[in-house]
Write a protein that binds this ligand. Sequence first.
Ligand code: SAM
Length: 245
Amino acid sequence: TSYGFRQVAEGEKQPLVNEVFHKVADRYDLMNDLMSAGMHRVWKDAAVAWLNPPKRPGWRSLDVAGGTGDIAFKIIEASQRNAHVTVLDINGSMLSVGRDRAGKRGLAANVDFVEANAEELPFEDASFDAYTIAFGIRNVPRIDTALSEAFRVLKPGGRFLCLEFSEVDMPLLEKVYDAWSFNAIPKIGKAVTGDGEPYSYLVESIRKFPNQANFAAMITRAGFGRVTWRNYSAGIAAAHSGWKL
Ligand code: SAM
């Protein structure tokens, strides 16, 4: 393409992703605010409101690719500090930022951190009431494997909720968004971390990710029932929901 992206083979993908998040872990939260112009907060709040965690103790949730803990903290607060959330991420640098933030917010008792791969979850079958993954699944090389693992670790009746960039359904907004992602995002990445190329790759990974309907079909194929989605900001992001029935 004219954007000069390099093709990333499946086997090359995880090391590249790991390098990006290892490099930016300290500045990840700032980068998120800059690159999404603060919108990621709104989308995360909307997704957690849709999840609607119960306000009683004993409910356990797993946040995969949980990074610095945003979704976990929002779930815990929405449950009025009743829920317990396990934050799982492949990247120890992201998790240690998350651990610090949990301590500062006084949420350490409600959360634990596990360094592992979404494709191979270190939990028994039927361990969790909910599984969330926000802006994570498109970084995972084998999405189908991650979805089967999600299904496996959920209890019967458990809820799957995924927040991810998706397909914009408003042509004018799409133009603005394209200009933003292909020009501004790699530049912000370069300014803050000294290297724009990994961010070009991340933008490209958004373009390659299946649209709302195709991703819903993948979730259904993994075994989930009643799969639906909600668009945020005309589809810049979308949340997909499914149930282990
Ligand atoms: N969920 C957080 C949020 O919304 O702010 C972090 C999202 S960040 C864009 C993507 C995260 O996915 C990174 O922390 C990265 O380390 C993690 N990740 C990438 N590949 C993974 C894998 N195979 N298994 C688990 N986590 C992975």
